[in-house]
Design a protein around this ligand. Structure first.
Ligand code: HEC
Length: 264
């Protein structure tokens, strides 16, 4: 789905430690002593990248099942929350440098990842009647919708500590709920869309959200060829989901996974 498995590469870089490596991503922490030490920041960014990675992995599973989901002749597809969760974790493990280690049940990272895994399973289980509806083709259970439902459920569970949202530049937003807030809009435009921004590189900063102090991360998403049936040309023509196509080209910025980790 993404040309560069940036997250996995990044984790390796973070593990190597050292401000020089981390600096590109976390310039402020390296330059300003007022902001917490890079070690804390690296942990935060690792958590954020893991959450983004797991969301992408679950989306990949739902994308790969579209033909199955949309087959009118089969009723029960057997596509349960447990199966999607297991496949998502397998993809996550393959893409990242190893399995998630739940070694500290009290750690924030464990709690957040567990909440996300539970959210993935619940959303699939709760949509069984849609997925299994016989006699109709396209069900509308597309990866973008699935991801939004997972993120909403994640917020219900752990919204006090963290939030995940898929957002996009204003002109590409389809669902109002995906609209970028001020911080997202500014940084998508000025960082991720700037001509000298290295493709795939994420942006992170300590920034307020809803008046709360937070560590915020934007992981860019780019359109691939497989996105163009809905988001490509001709611009304005309806796609299968009933939205007008945006007329974008493969490789251009589609949006970002925006992760917020609230600071105590
Ligand atoms: C089957 C049609 C379809 C395909 C294929 C598709 N999308 Fe979408 N996309 C949608 C729909 C529908 C929404 C709105 C989802 C919602 O209601 O939250 C959406 C929303 C999004 C959003 C969130 C912003 C918003 O407007 O709500 C992004 C980012 C996005 N798509 C990127 C992609 C990328 C990248 C790909 C390819 C990997 C892709 N899409 C493939 C239909 C599609």
């Amino acid at each position: 789905m993404h040309a560069i498995d940036f997250a996995a590469a990044f984790r390796k870089i973070v593990r190597k430690g050292g401000c020089n490596y981390v600096a590109v991503f976390f310039l402020t922490a390296c330059l300003s002593p007022a902001i917490s030490a890079p070690t804390t920041a690296a942990t935060d960014i690792e958590i954020a990248v893991q959450l983004a990675d797991l969301l992408r992995s679950a989306r990949t599973v739902i994308a790969s099942k579209q033909n199955m989901i949309n087959k009118p002749s089969t009723g029960d597809k057997g596509l349960t929350g447990a199966i999607v969760t297991r496949e998502a974790l397998a993809i996550f493990h393959k893409r990242s440098s190893g399995p998630i280690s739940f070694d500290d049940p009290n750690a924030l990272s464990d709690r957040l990842l567990r909440a996300q895994i539970a959210a993935i399973g619940e959303v699939v289980d709760e949509n069984q009647s849609t997925i299994n509806r016989p006699g109709i083709g396209f069900k509308g259970f597309v990866p973008a919708v699935f991801a939004r439902l997972v993120n909403e459920r994640f917020k219900d569970k752990v919204g006090l500590y963290a939030e995940i949202k898929v957002t996009a530049p204003m002109e590409l937003v389809r669902n109002r709920k995906a609209r970028p807030d001020h911080w997202e809009r500014e940084n998508i435009r000025n960082k991720l869309m700037s001509p000298d921004w290295r493709k795939g590189e994420l942006f992170s900063a300590v920034a307020k959200k809803l008046r709360r102090k937070a560590f915020r991360v934007l992981v860019p998403k780019y359109y691939g060829k497989n996105c163009l049936s809905c988001h490509g040309g001709p611009k304005g023509e309806m796609d299968i989901t009933g939205y007008p196509k945006e007329g974008v080209k493969a490789g251009s910025l589609a949006g970002a996974i925006s992760i917020t980790l609230y600071r105590p």
